[in-house]
Design a protein around this ligand. Structure first.
Ligand SMILES: [Zn+2]
Length: 404
């Protein structure tokens, strides 16, 4: 056999193995016979693959009474709670760390200030914090990967940062650098895209293959899931919904253009509008209060005119942008994440109306707009990146490789 043929045989083995693991993950408990039927693999191959997965502790057998009576049947199910990962969110001047097991349960968290520094010092500090956290929370546990999620743009496939809004990391092969330093596979990605995937695997869009998550916080971003995968371009980020042009005479955006959606509906923009109107002498229960999104949403729900006007206008503009996304992607679910969800009763019907009036009838019929589940778990996206690497085979192979 030539080298090329050997590589091909290995590749076929990998592909078959991950196909079997995916079936057990999505359909389990499932019998070997059923796996063979659904995967079109020979029963002997299924037996061989499941034996290896059992040896690695990735799946386990469940014995139960067969529906036909008589002999007891054996089904297979995945074991997720014995495998751990660390997810790090490299936010805006802060670092959040969480240890999860693969079922999604968190076992330890840490939040640290993480100021902007020179690239080398920054990378060394990131490595040190991760290593300390792993030592404190991960010892004695089977740690299989680390994920780093961040605002900005990444090339997830190459493991490279393209742009981070707070740190000088452009062009840094972060996954490779940290992977070497920590001796673990490292996956990176944009935080909102990764959250959309987490909602698909574990949360509010679990029952649909196509969904859109729109997140309104410091900026406005979206994650589009099509056929159960993050919609992307050659591994690079897409869906920068926050920079859809809305107003030719609008405010200057961080991206350099004017009138982008996020200059109108991001948290800071709404608070700026409120403070500007209060300074003009508009009457509101917010006068004299410390302005926050929570206070603004509460005032809107209490029918304060100024707060209500600001929140309604933001919902209309978000709805306009979302109608464009619905026309382009025809999702089964639209998820909203962010402080604006506090005023859900005002915001959701307005977004809904905008989508109904501005997208194709066949695309918006029965399209629910729902609250994202993981509003408060900022590191959840990292869990999804690791789960994806496991389901798609890359991490599965690393776990199954014999240890040197
Ligand atoms: Zn912009």
């Amino acid at each position: 056999m030539t080298r090329g043929q050997i590589a091909n045989v290995d590749l076929v083995k990998q592909v078959n193995c991950s196909a079997v693991y995916r079936l057990i993950d999505s359909r389990g408990p499932i019998s070997r016979v059923r796996i063979a039927e659904l995967s079109h693999l020979a029963p002997a191959s299924v037996t061989k693959i499941t034996r290896t997965l059992l040896e690695q502790g990735l799946i386990r057998e469940l014995e139960h009474q067969a529906s036909t009576g008589g002999r007891r049947a054996i089904s297979l199910t995945t074991v997720t709670q014995d495998f751990y990962l660390v997810s790090a969110k490299l936010g805006r001047e802060e670092l959040l760390l969480t240890l999860y097991d693969l079922s999604g349960k968190a076992h330890g968290r840490q939040r640290l200030p993480f100021p902007r520094r020179e690239q080398d010092i920054l990378l060394a500090a990131l490595h040190r914090h991760l290593a300390d956290f792993i030592q404190r929370h991960g010892s004695g546990r089977r740690l299989v990967a680390v994920a780093v999620i961040m605002p900005g743009l990444t090339d997830a496939q190459a493991g490279r940062v393209i742009h981070h809004p707070s740190y000088p990391l452009a062009g840094v092969p972060l996954a490779h650098a940290l992977g070497q330093a920590l001796s673990l596979p490292v996956f990176i990605g944009n935080d909102i895209r990764a959250q959309a995937l987490a909602e698909h695997y574990y949360g509010a869009s679990k029952d649909s293959l196509d969904s859109v998550l729109v997140s309104v916080h410091h900026g406005v971003g979206a994650g589009i899931i099509t056929e159960g995968r993050i919609f992307k371009s050659q591994g690079r980020d897409v869906a920068e919904i926050g920079h859809i042009h809305m107003d030719p005479l609008g405010d200057r955006c961080d991206c350099g253009n004017v009138g982008c959606l996020e200059t109108m509906v991001a948290d800071a923009a709404l608070l700026r509008q409120a403070s500007h109107m209060l300074a003009q002498g508009y009457r509101s229960c917010l006068a004299g209060q410390t302005l926050s999104m929570q206070a603004l949403c509460r005032a809107a729900l209490a029918e304060d005119r100024l707060a209500l006007t600001i929140v309604r206008r933001a919902a209309e503009r978000l709805g306009q942008a979302l109608a464009i996304v619905v026309n382009l992607f025809n999702p089964q679910r639209v998820l909203l994440s962010g402080a604006l969800c506090e005023a859900e009763d005002i915001v959701f019907p307005i977004i809904n109306q905008a989508i109904i009036h501005q997208s194709l009838p066949g695309f918006h019929q029965g399209l629910p707009i729902i609250r994202a589940r993981f509003q408060d778990d900022q590191t959840i996206g990292g869990l999804a990146l690791v789960k994806r690497a496991l389901l798609e085979g890359e991490l599965l192979q690393r776990i199954m490789e014999p240890k040197p």
